[in-house]
Write a protein that binds this ligand. Structure first.
Ligand code: PA5
Length: 436
């Protein structure tokens, strides 16, 4: 398998015209950074940053509408890189960064009504605390869930700000493909800022287009650092030997254990709550890319130590069908909460023996203990380690997982792009709705 992966690695030099459609994500971070170096504010990154700063200055809540690849990336970046209680903080504590809500990723009446109610609670469009705006993301521009949500929330927004006001127009930012229903509608309405999703970048591979970058920039995330991490991960993938190439190692280990040992459940065991949605983003990436032709591992995201108290039992003693990959950040004692000491008379919980230990140390001990327990019964684990939880390392991680997915697709003889199976339900749903 290592030899095969090595060959694929060498195959990365296939000329651009022979690369599969939608492989445009591979060099995208490098190209965006180069364009920014050359054209500054006129580059796509420059325009994203300007639009994001304007939007952030005008609203107290950003509503991001989108589903699948037009949703998960922004949410992963938000949860990994923003304050864990961002929406609960005062505007001052958020440094003027808007709160964030997601919709258009389901057709859930309680969630939509609840959000409409929340938005309607603000009554004065002149008050920043009451103001909100929409970023609507759909590459095809025709996905029903997102389109319905856009209509519903657009109507609420126009009622709030006045239907044809320049203000209401400026508070909607569409991100969409070069053609399609949302593109047509955006042209018709004349929204001042509309951002493209390039044809050659598939939905779930689009986090480093405006799909992920625009919401990230509104949230104050350093999008250039994200892209630098991603560009460096690509460079390392292209040039490093197997022994220093995490993408190839991850692909080889996962693929080998699946094909040779039947470990067709891939558990991404995240250590820390902020990485959970990176895991959910990866669930979609792996499942939708490689779950084809009756092949493809089943992804599961876990969050530890939480899930040690639920799935842990099954992972330790259940069916032998899992590769557990730990995703964790190097422990950092800086500013970490420690276990306080209490007078002996109050030591009924017997924690004084651990007093002074910090939470990262306890988490690390839990992880080592868990790995040891799996190893004792011959259950394999692998580790993905982030030196730090910051924009650069998250950029590198997401790009590495996209590269690994595309590489494994070639190894399996599966085209990782496109999702014909998902189209089936959409067709049926539309037919049922039209009939009734
Ligand atoms: O990865 C994909 O291509 C899909 O998950 C799409 O992102 C998802 O179906 C949403 O499509 P669209 O952006 O066209 O609304």
């Amino acid at each position: 398998v290592i030899a095969d992966v090595g060959l694929l690695h060498a195959g990365c030099d296939i000329p651009a015209e022979k690369q599969p459609l939608d492989a445009g994500f591979i060099e995208l971070p490098k190209h965006l950074l180069a364009e920014w170096d050359e054209s500054g504010d006129d580059s796509l990154l420059g325009r994203i940053e300007t639009a994001a700063a304007q939007f952030a200055g005008q609203v107290d809540r950003m509503l991001v509408l989108g589903i699948g690849g037009s949703y998960m990336g922004a949410r992963a970046l938000f949860e990994a890189l923003c304050h864990p209680y961002h929406n609960e903080l005062s505007r001052e504590k958020r440094n003027g960064i808007p709160k964030l809500s997601f919709e258009g990723n389901n057709v859930d009446t309680a969630a939509v009504s609840g959000l409409l109610e929340l938005l309607a609670a603000g009554t004065d469009p002149a008050e920043i605390a009451d103001r909100w705006g929409i970023v609507v993301i759909s590459k095809s521009g025709g996905t029903l869930e997102t389109a319905v949500a856009f209509r519903v929330f657009r109507q609420a927004l126009e009622e709030f700000y006045g239907s044809d006001s320049a203000e209401a127009l400026g508070l909607v930012i569409p991100v969409t493909g070069e053609t399609g229903k949302l593109r047509n509608f955006s042209n018709l309405r004349g929204y001042p800022a509309t951002f493209p999703i390039p044809d050659g970048v598939g939905g779930r591979f689009s986090v480093f287009t405006a799909v992920g970058l625009l919401p990230a920039a509104v949230l104050g995330i350093d999008i250039k650092q994200l892209l630098r991490g991603a560009a460096d991960a690509t460079e390392r993938f292209h040039t490093a030997d197997y022994d220093d190439n995490p993408t190839l190692q991850y692909t080889a280990v996962s693929h080998y254990l699946e094909t040779e040992h039947g470990l067709n459940i891939r558990v991404l065991s995240t250590w820390g709550k902020r990485l959970e949605v990176v895991g959910l983003w990866y669930d979609q990436l792996l499942a939708e890319s490689l779950g084809k032709a009756e092949k493809g591992a089943t992804p599961i995201t876990g969050v530890n130590t939480r899930d040690l108290h639920s799935r842990g039992q099954q992972h330790q003693e259940g069916t032998l069908d899992k590769l557990i990959t730990n995703l964790y950040v190097e422990p950092d004692a800086n500013g970490a909460v420690t276990v306080p000491a209490v007078p002996d008379a109050l030591n009924q919980d017997e924690l004084n023996k651990y007093s002074g230990k910090n939470l990262p140390e306890i988490l690390q001990a839990a992880m080592q203990g868990t790995n040891q327990a799996y190893a004792d019964v011959n259950r394999p684990t692998a580790d993905l380690v982030l030196p730090k939880l910051d924009a650069y390392n998250i950029g590198a991680l997401l790009q590495m997982l996209m590269l690994a997915t595309a590489t494994e697709g070639r190894l399996m003889g599966i085209n990782p792009y496109g999702q014909p199976g998902v189209e089936d339900y959409k067709r049926n749903m539309n037919a049922i709705l039209s009939r009734s």
